[in-house]
Design a protein around this ligand. Structure first.
Ligand code: SF4
Length: 346
């Protein structure tokens, strides 16, 4: 197996991950959406149909964009006051610090913004502008660093962000959202882990993983290095048909997270990103599956099942009260302000 990431269809075929005769049909998909499979994940793939292959190998279904799907499915753009920053809730902001990822997940909600053709990393001047914006926002308590995948940055660049945030005492929490600890665990060196431990802040890494098999011995060692650096580990997962949409797969995933000292935080319903319809269950199916997990795992092991409402209306827990009715294929979902939104279930 190759020691470098596989980023072209020809590489995937040469590695035996996709059939060579599938390459012509997949070319338009790979042209539109970036492809990358790390050696760590390539080693786990037994077939394009297994839970790891489905997450990272391009498929012909991705060429189908449904009418309800959008390039900005959770509505980041209207809430972006300065480049690279999303300010949707009063107490927290997102910083999208890079457009690169170690892998390109086929279900990604930012799939039209990430990849080698994206805008790269925020530069020093852009980080200064973000620092100045945050200095004038005393209500902001938490910075969530995302991308792309922010742990693609070097320890030096991570420390450069820490220097901007250090003087801002009102910012008490920093949370990094990343797939790196499981898909490219070798990147989590002791130096990188210590760079993430910003002085004077509570530092979290929300580890994105969707299947228990992603927790290899190398991933376990990377997670231990983060833990040793004083980082609190949270888990985030996406409910994906063909990957983890069964009681057994989800219970195995969440209990494996707990065993690695990760507290599962969110189980996301997949967003309405283009070409991802084959991954989505209906909300009703997702709610029924989630309901069957209750009582089968201890309290800290069951994450909140959440939906990011299209149009920038934020996240809602899809508990029993969230869907207040249905009209045809449309679910009526109540947000945290009591407003009702129409969500196409598919
Ligand atoms: S690592 Fe995250 S941002 Fe990058 S493609 Fe996967 S889900 Fe999207």
């Amino acid at each position: 197996m190759s020691a470098r990431s596989l980023t072209r269809l020809g590489d995937l075929a040469a590695a035996g991950l996709i059939p060579a005769d599938a390459v012509p049909a997949l070319a338009p998909v790979a042209q539109r959406y970036a492809v990358a499979v790390t050696p760590d994940m390539a080693r786990l793939i037994e077939s394009p149909e297994d839970p790891i292959g489905r997450q990272f190998l391009p498929r012909p279904e991705e060429a189908v964009t449904l009418p309800e799907e959008s390039a900005d499915p959770i509505g980041d753009h209207p809430h972006s006051p300065v480049k690279g920053l999303v300010h949707r809730y009063p107490d927290r902001v997102l910083i999208k610090i890079t457009h690169s990822c170690p892998v390109y997940c086929r279900f990604c909600f930012r799939r039209e913004m990430v990849g080698p053709a994206g805008h790269g990393n925020l530069n020093a001047g852009e980080l200064d502008t973000i620092g100045a914006y945050l200095a004038a926002q005393p209500a902001v308590r938490e910075v969530i660093v995302t991308g792309g995948d922010p742990l693609m940055l070097s320890a030096r660049r991570i420390r450069a962000l820490g220097e901007r945030l250090a003087p801002l005492a009102h910012i008490r929490l920093v949370r990094w959202h990343s797939r790196v600890p499981v898909v490219a665990p070798g990147r989590i060196t002791a130096d990188l882990a210590s760079a993430l431990a910003f002085s004077g802040k509570a530092n979290y890494v929300a580890v994105h993983a969707n299947h228990a098999r992603e927790f290899t011995p190398e991933a376990a060692a990377a997670l231990a290095r983060l833990h040793a650096a004083g980082i609190v580990l949270l888990g985030q997962s996406v409910l994906l048909k063909g990957v983890n949409a069964s009681e057994e797969a989800l219970l195995d995933l969440f209990s494996t997270m707990l065993a690695h000292r990760i507290v599962p935080l969110y189980l996301h319903h997949p967003d309405l990103a283009p070409g991802t319809g084959h991954f989505r269950m209906s909300l009703a199916e997702g709610q029924a599956l989630y309901g069957r997990l209750r009582g089968r795992i201890s309290g800290p092991g069951l994450p909140a099942y959440v939906l990011d409402l299209p149009g920038g209306h934020g996240k809602v827990e899809i508990g029993p009260d969230a869907v207040i009715g249905r009209e045809g294929g449309i679910a009526l979902v109540r947000d945290s302000h009591g407003q009702v939104h129409r969500y196409p279930e598919g």
